[in-house]
Design a protein around this ligand. Structure first.
Ligand code: ARG
Length: 583
């Protein structure tokens, strides 16, 4: 086995890739070589039943090309492929050719890679490409509610994932700071509000006014007209209207900042919808010049009937702009300013049509980069079964949600580990982690129902469970003052227990799983992965004592503990969750 010299290491930011190894092996076969390498690579799959093997080549597709039955191909390959030090001899099972990793080699390569790369395990070198991520984007003068939680935490996680993979990310908070809701709010303020009430109640008072407006407008539709007029005045630069708008925006921003501070989330740009105001006329001109604008009942639209979509509204009858107009302007601005390779938009699934429409408009404008605009939608967030809606006032403020989580965590710590140092800080990190993990634990398109009991269960499939497993691994390593560089000479041969092998195989999968999470814009692939890893590790820890007499065995098992601890911490950080060393 090759000895590893880290000083001159070719292991930094490079990872064992069994799909690549098996592909190379298969390419030595003249028949299979007819396929492109990438095609073979993509054919390989992880068998659902691990009894069969670690990686499999299904021979169905080859069967068409080689004009032989799949099971014949599998059999022939079994007999003819050259041996590899990384693999056991392959086995044909029906139409599949199954490969098994050489366990010793696997253990050595994966664990040394983690000892060497440490918190960089799974990272990739810089790519020199930009990815713009539009996320969070709460609406000013409306509360930051649990529905915005998904956008905020998914976007933040994608930001971390893509940065880890070597992209330069630009996080943009496209604040909803323009639009008819300001007309509504000013109308309500004028009718039922006062300066002192707003100064005192802040966002809660703004929310009360907003809800009140909708209640009253149901009875008295003329209010809608009044709201439209106020918004018009804002758009036309009316002093009074603008001053109120600015005031409401400041109050909201201060509120939002409290949430971002709790979550420790930062943005590279806070350019909200209003930022594009002075760029709108140019957009309208360009659309006109390109022959895309049509008049319809006094409004200006881009007709999308040909693409089986309702028209994209650009300017209303009264000349005011729309959400889509501002998104088009923002996209043009971002392409000019950042020259992105991709621009992601993280919002609720209810906005899918909106994005499909204006992405199409960009395409019709002749911009080939329209293909690089990606909507990343997510499902509804329910709290104890209730759908969240600002209009009816049935909202739980995100700040309250986070503070409750922190408070509940503190109670649990006081019960389980009252002498813990830094209790408040740990409670914050764990409480927030519980909420964030809750929002990232299922496929983003699925609806999430948030439940306290589930989110804070230290034994369930939760953030605190992962953090607790990490802290437990830290405590083992602390007992021996573990140093990674002193353990590079561990003996992988002694890691023969089933539970240990299973953990190592899962550790091996981490770099690949991060790539998949990026390719699918799906942080939950990492959350699921971490739960598997933690459960397997806890099984290992239960079956295999680590601090044993026998020094060779102890050393190797400690390396495994370190590898799990490190991978859990990296994985959690990619979700935007901190991993405290003590809990
Ligand atoms: N403010 C919008 C909302 O709360 C989300 C904005 C998303 N970003 C965008 N560029 N449209 O629904």
């Amino acid at each position: 086995m090759r000895d590893i010299d880290i000083k001159n290491s070719n292991l930094l930011l490079k990872y064992l890739d069994y799909r690549g190894i098996v592909t190379d092996l298969l390419c030595t076969n003249q028949d299979i070589n007819k396929l492109a390498r990438e095609e073979i690579y993509n054919l390989l799959e992880y068998p659902p039943d691990e009894q069969l093997g670690d990686l499999a080549l299904p021979c169905f597709k080859l069967s068409k090309i080689l004009r032989k039955a799949p099971h014949v191909i599998a059999q022939e390959l079994q007999e003819s492929l050259p041996a590899s030090p990384y693999l056991e001899p392959p086995k044909a099972t029906g139409p599949y050719l199954n490969f098994r990793f050489n366990p010793e080699r696997l253990a050595k390569e994966v664990l040394v890679s983690i000892l060497v790369n440490r918190e960089g395990y799974g990272a990739r070198p810089p790519k020199g490409q930009k990815i713009v991520i539009d996320f969070s984007a709460p609406n000013i003068a409306k509360p930051f509610h649990v529905g915005h939680l998904s956008s905020t935490v998914i976007g933040n996680s994608l930001y971390k994932i893509f940065s880890f993979l070597g992209y330069d990310c630009v996080g943009i908070n496209h604040l909803g700071d323009w639009g008819t809701q300001f007309g509504k709010l000013i109308t309500a303020y004028k009718k039922w509000g006062s300066q002192s009430a707003v100064e005192e109640g802040l966002i809660k008072e703004l929310m009360r006014l907003y809800v009140k407006f909708h209640e009253e407008a149901e009875k008295e539709p003329a209010l809608e007209e009044e709201a439209r007029e106020w918004f018009n005045r804002i758009e036309n630069g009316d002093q009074e209207a603008l001053a109120l708008w600015k005031w409401f925006k400041e109050i909201s921003l201060e509120e939002f900042q409290k949430v971002y501070d709790l979550l420790e989330i930062k943005f590279d740009s806070m350019a909200g919808e209003s930022f594009y105001n002075d760029q709108l006329p140019a957009v309208v001109e360009e659309l006109k010049a390109k022959g895309l604008l049509k008049e319809s009942e006094g409004a200006l639209i881009v007709d999308l009937e040909q693409y089986e979509m309702p028209p994209c509204l650009i300017l209303k009858k009264d000349g005011s702009s729309l959400y889509a107009t501002r998104d088009i302007a923002a996209a043009l601005y971002r392409k000019r300013t950042y020259d992105f390779t991709k621009a992601l938009y993280v919002t609720g699934i209810a906005q899918s049509l909106h994005f499909r429409q204006w992405f199409k408009v960009i395409e019709l404008m002749g911009y080939e980069w329209a293909k690089d605009l990606v909507h990343v939608p997510f499902g509804w967030v329910n709290l104890e079964g209730e759908k969240l809606s600002t209009r009816k006032g049935k909202v739980v403020l995100l700040e309250e949600l986070l503070k409750t989580a922190i408070q509940k965590t503190l109670e649990i710590i006081n019960e389980k580990n009252p002498n813990l140092e830094n209790k408040e800080e740990v409670a914050r990190v764990v409480g927030v982690g519980a909420v964030v993990f809750g929002a990232l634990s299922v496929n983003r398109i699925k609806d999430v129902t948030f439940s306290w009991e589930e989110a804070l269960n230290f034994d369930g499939e939760t953030g605190p469970y992962l953090q607790y497993t990490h802290a437990r691994a830290c405590s083992i390593l602390r007992k021996v003052a573990f140093e990674p560089e002193e353990h590079l000479d561990f003996d992988p041969k002694v890691l023969t227990d089933q539970a240990a092998l299973k953990v190592i195989k899962t550790l091996y999968l981490f770099p690949e799983r991060i790539m998949a999470a990026a390719a699918e814009y799906e942080p939950s692939l990492i959350s699921r992965y971490l739960i598997d890893l933690a459960q397997e590790f806890n099984r290992f820890y239960h079956d295999c004592p680590v601090l044993v007499e026998e020094q060779t065995l102890q050393k190797a098992r400690l390396v495994l503990v370190y590898a799990v601890k490190t991978t859990l911490a990296v994985g959690l950080s990619l979700l935007g969750i901190k991993a405290p060393e003590r809990m």
